[in-house]
Ligand binder design. Structure first.
Ligand code: HPA
Length: 276
């Protein structure tokens, strides 16, 4: 964390609020192929990342780079449509900067989605998995460096990173709508390569259910600054048992995510009605 970050967060948030007359308490980070819900926002105000001071711009074609403010059902929300990945070459501070800005804007609860490979034999491609925990195997941590106490604690607790009440609510919503779901542990690797069979096996052995290249840095920062977190993976490729592994392309990940998105959108739209 550099000592100018506090001021940079404020500058970014100050720029954004000049374009708004809402103050959403709910934020969303939408993963690969999962941003369609942004098109359902009413009275939308779109702010391109490129226009925001200190924001980076996404380099992955499938990721939009904009903040979308507006109403979803009865609630004001802000969506980060497009995220920054460590594998793109951004620092962890750049990857997580938008989350800090959401906090500064008044967001208290953050819903985070991603497409992930599964290493739990019970999961199928297209399943929805609510994150109950994670294992961080990324090589860098966004909280490394001098800690700015104005942003959060030096040693944030992670015993309860994913809000249990929101998971319980999400399971209820999924069941009511006949949406297949699980609760699982997300393992974060830096990528950008997908895993070898031995690596998928390792992830299963250490207690993972899912593997991906995002989310965990954002969760660490969200918890550091005191936000409530709800995380969801869409299984884009089944990688366990090892005999289930097929060649995975970015296009196939996007295709499964796109196909599954309506189920996730349904859950997000319903769950936010229970968030104050
Ligand atoms: N591994 C890592 N990241 C991923 C995968 C995977 O199999 N699928 C989607 N994102």
């Amino acid at each position: 964390m550099n000592d100018r970050m506090f001021d940079q967060i404020k500058e970014a948030a100050d720029y954004i609020v000049t374009h708004l007359n809402v103050k959403p308490k709910i934020g969303m980070v939408l993963g690969t192929g999962l941003s369609n819900i942004a098109s359902e926002i009413e009275d939308e105000v779109i702010i391109r990342y490129a226009a925001i001071p200190w924001f980076s711009h996404s380099t992955v074609a499938s990721h939009k780079g904009e903040m979308v403010f507006g109403r979803l059902g009865e609630k004001d929300v802000v969506i980060l449509a497009g995220r920054f990945h460590y594998y793109e070459g951004y620092t962890m501070q750049q990857v997580t900067f938008p989350v800090r800005v959401l906090k500064e804007l008044g967001v208290e609860t953050i819903l985070i989605s991603n497409a992930a490979g599964s290493v739990n034999a019970a999961y199928e491609a297209g399943d929805i998995v609510f994150l109950k925990d994670h294992i961080n195997l990324m090589p860098e941590n966004p909280l490394r460096g001098p800690n700015d106490e104005r942003l959060g604690l030096r040693f944030p607790d992670m015993s309860d990173a994913y809000d249990k009440n929101l998971i319980e609510k999400a399971v209820e919503i999924a069941n009511k709508n006949n949406i297949r779901c699980h609760q699982g542990v997300y393992v974060a690797l830096q990528g950008p390569n997908l895993e070898t069979p031995s690596e998928y096996n390792f992830i299963n052995v250490i207690g993972g259910d899912l593997v991906g290249m995002s989310t965990v840095p954002e969760v660490l920062v969200a918890r550091h600054c005191g936000m409530r977190v709800f995380g969801v993976s869409v299984v884009s490729n089944k990688c366990f048992p090892l005999s289930a592994i097929k060649e995975t392309t970015h296009e196939s990940v996007i295709a499964v995510a796109n196909e599954t998105e309506p189920k996730l959108a349904k859950i997000f739209k319903e769950i936010i009605q229970f968030i104050d």
